[in-house]
Structures are given as structure tokens and as C-alpha cells.
Design a protein around this ligand. Structure first.
Ligand SMILES: [Zn+2]
Length: 288
């Protein structure tokens, strides 16, 4: 069934688990992610970044929407890292049920203003909105957005309360030390779990963790217990998908996508299943 992000995350917030938001870039990935979510009976957020929307093409959206409607698990279709008001209108027009407006790189008042404007438009037509406060790191050139890890600004709890009150966002992406992309071997990611606790105590709405690939499992697991209700996973599933595909393609005689892609999808699904378990989302479809 197709849901908006607010209804999907409200249950996660009430029952203390996190819904995985898997970034998909092609239709095979979408099918694979939907299949593993159904196998594990886990609610799902199909996250599509503007660059991925461009790659997929708007014509793919009706198929994704239909897949969500027919699914045995609740699904939201989420525009990841909206960069402008115009992008949000596009998301509304082509059938997304949840949007993120990322004004985190703007001065605070400008972030409030654009987020407020997006909330007014999205709420008018039943979509939920995720905002972002504080900055998330960017580890490599392929990562979707962010700042140098040395320049990460952690979310300020008092400012987060003010931001949510003034913008009306349904959920908030917070910066507690994660970064987009893959951590180099010498960088040891560390989440500020005390900061998360402080924010959740003041702001009991669904909180979102971006850049969830590559962090130690025990920290991610703890963040779920402490109030993170949506975790974005992009790099980890794409690495699994394409590493396996490279291996398969070593056989130079292969030509057909239906022989090349299935092993790659199986590898991707294995990683996705591990995330679903880690986020305590398995079996939670029955709560909807
Ligand atoms: Zn992100």
C-alpha cells in the first residue's frame, strides 16, 4: 500500500524502529528492494535523489507508484534532498508521497523560509516533508551532498525545536556525525548518541539519519533505540549491487540483462536484509 511519509514514520516512532530509506537508481533496483521488503515484511521508503530521478526518467514513476499500491508492505515514495521549491512541485506533480527539502547549507533563516514554503505546498496536497538542520559530511565526489567531514556542523537542539515549530516539518534529518558516501579506511565514524538523546527529548518527532552507510552496526542499532525512525542507505546497497555485477561481467560471453542482473540484485538484497534487521523493521508491516 502507498502511504505518505508522515503516516509511515508515525508508526515507527510509536514502536521504536527505523524505516529503511533505500536509494534506487533503476527499475531493477526498485524491484529488488521491494521484493526483500516484502520477504521481510518491512515498511519501506523508496528514496530517489534528483540525480536518480533524472536517470530513471519521470516515466518510471507510474510503475513505482503501482508497485507500491500492489505491495504487501507499506511504501512511501520519497524525493531525497530536494534542492529547490521547483523540484518539490515536480515531485508533487509526478506522484511522490513524501519530500525532503534540504536547506541545510543555507543560512538558518533562509533554511526556515524555504522549508516553510515547501511545507505549505506539500501539506496542501497530502505529502509529508522532511527538513534538515546541521550539516552532514561528504566523503567522496560521488556522495550526494554535504561538507568536508572536518566542517560538519552538528544539529543544535534548541535550534532544532525552533526550526520544527516555525516550519511545520513532519520529520527532521539531524547531523550527529554521519557523512554521505563511503568512509576511507583511516576515518573512524562516530555518532554523537548523547546529542541524539538530547534532541529527541526536546523534539519527539521522527528523526532521520542520513549517510548511514559504513557506520558501525552497534552505533546504528543504538541510534534506532534512541529515536531515529528513518535511515538512508545508498552507498552500501549500490556497492553490493555493482561489485557483484563486475564479478559476473568478468564472463565476457554474457549479454542478457536477465542473466547479468539477478546475481547482482541478490547481493544487493542480502545487504538490504541486513539493514532491515539492524533497524528492527522486519515484521513491522503488520503494525499498519
Ligand atoms: Zn542524504
Amino acid at each position: 500500500m502507498l502511504l505518505n511519509g508522515r503516516d509511515l514514520l508515525a508508526v515507527a516512532n510509536e514502536h521504536n524502529f527505523a524505516v529503511p530509506a533505500f536509494n534506487i537508481s533503476d527499475f531493477a533496483m526498485f524491484n529488488g528492494i521491494l521484493e526483500i521488503s516484502e520477504e521481510r515484511q518491512a515498511p519501506l521508503i523508496v528514496a530517489i535523489h534528483p540525480d536518480e530521478v533524472s536517470h530513471l526518467g519521470h516515466n518510471a514513476l507510474p510503475g513505482i507508484i503501482q508497485g507500491a499500491h500492489r505491495s504487501s508492505v507499506p511504501v512511501a515514495i520519497h524525493w531525497d534532498h530536494g534542492g529547490s521549491y521547483e523540484q518539490i512541485l515536480t515531485a508533487i506533480q509526478i506522484g511522490f508521497t513524501s519530500v525532503m527539502i534540504d536547506g541545510s547549507m543555507l543560512p538558518y533563516e533562509e533554511n526556515v523560509a524555504i522549508t516553510r514554503r515547501v511545507v505549505e505546498a506539500a501539506h496542501a496536497v497530502g505529502l509529508s516533508v522532511e527538513g534538515e538542520l546541521g550539516t552532514i559530511g561528504k566523503l567522496d565526489e560521488q556522495a550526494e551532498s554535504g561538507v568536508a567531514v572536518s566542517a560538519i556542523t552538528h544539529t543544535d537542539p534548541a535550534q532544532a525545536v525552533d526550526f520544527v515549530r516555525r516550519t511545520g516539518v513532519d520529520s527532521l534529518a539531524i547531523a550527529i556525525g554521519t557523512a554521505h558516501g563511503l568512509y576511507p579506511k583511516h576515518v573512524k565514524p562516530e555518532l554523537k548518541l548523547d546529542l541524539l538523546q538530547e534532541i529527541k527529548a526536546l523534539l519527539p518527532i521522527p528523526l532521520v539519519l542520513h549517510g548511514g552507510s559504513g557506520n558501525p552496526d552497534d552505533e546504528i542499532g543504538q541510534s534506532v533505540k534512541l529515536g531515529i525512525n528513518k535511515i538512508n542507505i545508498s552507498s552500501d546497497i549500490k556497492v553490493a549491487y555493482h561489485d557483484k555485477m563486475r564479478e559476473v561481467l568478468a564472463d565476457l560471453t554474457l549479454r542478457e540483462p536477465n542473466t547479468i542482473q539477478p546475481p547482482a540484485l541478490a547481493a544487493m538484497k542480502e545487504v538490504a536484509a541486513q539493514k532491515i534487521e539492524l533497524f528492527d523493521a522486519a515484521g513491522k508491516a503488520s503494525l499498519y
